[in-house]
Design a protein around this ligand. Structure first.
Ligand SMILES: [Fe+2]
Ligand SMILES: [Fe+2]
Length: 134
């Protein structure tokens, strides 16, 4: 994959995360938090859907994007944030208390939004500069 393709894929996937994944999480949160016990059977699928999209994106960034900016402080921060989301998703999976499980959705939507903002506003300009200098 060329560096330009990597940047295009990153931008495209972030648009999907913002417009679809974050909005989906917020929508489910709004609905499920009204009466958490009603959705006990469905919530596992919600977390599975989120993982299905996020895990390939995180892998793409860690294998293809971050190595282009070695030794950059922002990369360390972003890697740490990836660990946090994946941990939140794992915890939510085994958690029995529905109110807590649903609460994770609200926290995840906020954190993801902030993470994507950081990648677009701080990481992307560094990547573009790295591509144009080679
Ligand atoms: Fe990321
Ligand atoms: Fe990202």
């Amino acid at each position: 994959m060329s560096r330009r393709d990597i940047i295009e894929r990153l931008v495209r996937e972030h648009e999907i995360i913002e417009r679809a994944v974050v909005e989906y999480i917020k929508m489910v949160y709004r609905e499920y938090s009204r009466d958490p016990s009603r959705y006990e059977e469905h919530v596992a699928k919600v977390f599975e859907n989120i993982r299905e999209y996020l895990i390939p994106h995180v892998e793409f960034e860690e294998k293809e994007v971050f190595p282009l900016l070695r030794d950059s402080r922002i990369v360390d921060e972003l890697l740490e944030e990836h660990r946090q989301y994946l941990k939140m998703l794992e915890k939510a999976k085994v958690e029995d208390r529905m109110v807590w499980k649903i609460g994770v959705l609200e926290e995840l939507a906020e954190k993801l939004h902030e993470h994507v903002r950081k990648e677009n506003e701080e990481l992307l300009p560094l990547l573009v500069a790295a591509v144009s200098s080679c």
